[in-house]
Design a binder for this molecule. Structure first.
Ligand code: PEP
Ligand code: MN
Length: 337
């Protein structure tokens, strides 16, 4: 940790800060410059709040050097993590595509989706059976019946399933039908849910909250990992900004930032990331070019009649085109898709 004292801070203030740091268990290395005194604290304490030191008299700023997450940190596993599910490896040179409707609507709809997804060469079908909708009057999902039909459709087409878990009580049901459990943006900081997911033996797709920093996303991953479940896939899905041209602002830079900070696989969701189907393809290309290990895309045989998120959902042809362009981009950077 580094504490920078204000220019001209009285010696008594500096000594008071040193005493405080020593009291917290730090060994303090002092560097007295012409203008500023800098105190370097080395010690066992990771769990301190830099803001609590910044309010001390004479302190200009305080910086944490060691990251607050450990298991999710790149240092923990410098070579990166590969998560293999029934032969599909996520976190390798091969970009994995997960696609399907926003919501599971019927057996027929999910069967058609599975066919589109498999024929286009994707490996995982997505589809929500429990939907976190902004309005309580919107379609909330088919629940277990939805999970049954997505499982059947996936098995018929040799696909894996990813589906959202909204609450702890749904975990056993999701584990029964889904290969990957999705934690939605709105639940990224549902710490009780994250803790319970630390106990399951299924990979978790953790989506970034709409107003979450990258550090907060990594701390949420740490919640799951500290419970013993190391199989976490992170997902950039756009964040809320002042911009209104898109539903969210797709933070493409989060992809390389995450790849640097963590060993966990990183996927990108250009559907929620933009909210408009015209922008899904270019953002998918950009995410893969930026180093994403996979994509999560909404596709539907008839997007204009989709029960949720139709505006950002691709039709069959658009998805085929996306897959072909993603393959080209992956090839250009020495990867496959
Ligand atoms: C979804 O994937 O359909 C979804 C609700 O995503 P998010 O949690 O990112 O909004
Ligand atoms: Mn959706």
């Amino acid at each position: 940790m580094l504490v920078v004292m204000q220019e001209g801070a009285p010696e008594a203030d500096t000594e008071a800060v040193i005493n405080r740091l020593v009291g917290m268990g730090f060994t303090v290395h002092r560097s007295t410059g012409v203008r500023h005194t800098v105190l370097g604290g080395v010690g066992p304490m990771d769990d301190f709040d830099p803001a609590a030191l910044e309010v001390l008299a004479g302190v200009k700023e305080c910086h944490r050097i060691v990251s607050p997450y450990k298991l999710a940190s790149r240092h923990f596993k410098p070579g990166g993590t590969t998560i293999t599910i029934k032969g599909v490896a996520i976190g390798t040179d091969n970009v994995v595509s997960m696609a399907g409707p926003c919501s599971i609507e019927s057996e027929d709809q999910i069967e058609q989706c599975a066919e589109i997804v498999a024929n286009a060469g994707a490996q995982v079908i997505r589809g929500g059976a429990f939907k976190p909708r902004s309005s309580p009057y919107s379609f909330q999902g088919l629940g277990e019946q939805g999970l049954q039909v997505i499982r059947k459709a996936a098995d018929r087409h040799g696909l894996l399933v990813v589906s959202e878990v909204m609450d702890q009580v749904q975990i056993p049901m999701l584990c029964e039908y889904s290969d990957i459990l999705q934690v939605g943006a709105r639940n990224m900081q549902n710490f009780n849910l994250l803790r319970e997911l630390g106990k399951v033996r299924k990979p978790i797709l953790l989506k970034r909250g709409i107003a979450a920093t990258i550090e907060e996303l990594l701390l949420s991953a740490e919640y799951i990992m500290s419970g013993g479940n190391y199989e976490v896939i992170l997902c950039e899905r756009g964040i809320r900004t002042f911009e209104t041209s898109t539903r969210n602002t797709m933070d493409i830079s989060a992809v390389p930032v995450l790849k640097k900070l963590t060993h966990l696989p990183v996927v990108a969701d250009p559907s929620h990331g933009t909210g408009k189907r015209d922008f899904v393809l270019p953002m998918a290309r950009a995410a893969v070019a930026a180093g994403a290990d996979g994509l999560l895309v909404e596709v539907h045989p008839d997007p204009d009649r989709a029960w949720s998120d139709g505006a950002q959902t691709l039709n069959t042809q658009q998805f085929i085109e996306l897959m072909s362009q993603v393959r080209a981009i992956a090839g250009a950077i020495g990867r496959t898709a």
